[in-house]
Design a protein around this ligand. Sequence first.
Ligand code: ASP
Length: 305
Amino acid sequence: MIFVAGDYQNSGTAITWQHLRSGDSALAAMEQGIRAVEANEADWSVGKGGYPNALGEVELDAGVMDGRTRTSGAVGGLRGFLHPVSVAYAVMERLPHVLLVGDGAARFADDIGAERADLLTEVMRKNFAQWQQDFGRSNGSVALIEAVSRSADPQRKDETTVYLVQDGKGDIAVATSTSGWAWKYPGRLGDTPVAGAGFYADNRYGAAACTGKGELAIRTGLARFTVTLMQMGRSVQEATQEALQDLLRLPDIGTAELQLHAIDAHGGHDVAFIGAAQGSDWHFYYMAKDQDETPIRCPARRVTA
Ligand code: ASP
């Protein structure tokens, strides 16, 4: 049994671990832990309390994948519902589809009786007002496209929730949830709801999931690529190394940040990253067989060109 989680999602890790220890499946256990993160207003990059888009609306993305069958479910740009991870799970379980977005995702959430919530907190209302002022949006002097492309993403370090699990039966699964980039252009999807980009799981080889600049993971099919490398015989460390080095060859990579989490089918794991400034390295949470409920926070491995 093994559980790897991205940094800053500690509010859900003990819950997921408890469920795993009591014999729940990987997906059921991850759903319970991620729901706690989504409901935690203090987490500014996931669920309620997440950063809004450039119009001040909180749009949530989430995805799940079952490594036994490689079935997947995801939602993108979901507004007004508290638990996108559960809606994504229900897409997988109840529809012949993989990804629902926007109004259709909200309609489906309503159909299944998902919990509604006002996702924009007072803190974020204030942050949004400040952003509008800083980027010339309060008086409309700067066009939306212009303001979005000028503003940096302040939340990358807060990260998407990514959970990767191999449960007591040896089954592998992955789940993700995020509010995406702060001040993103409305309708922007990152990698988090895109199977193969932000997440991928295959019982035979392992799983991978990304946080950071999602556009890069979409362009390179990063999670799938990482698992494919394991399929081709690389160790989990070789796979993350090679996948990130490939990313570093993108001509516009600049100082972009991305963290790649992976587990293999034999209890191995590796978390590696590119781009964070020296001295501000990234971490992740790790739990394995027989461990009590205290997650261990470990430093991730830096990859350079
Ligand atoms: N990967 C997420 C996205 O691009 C953001 C993050 O992990 O911070 O939406």
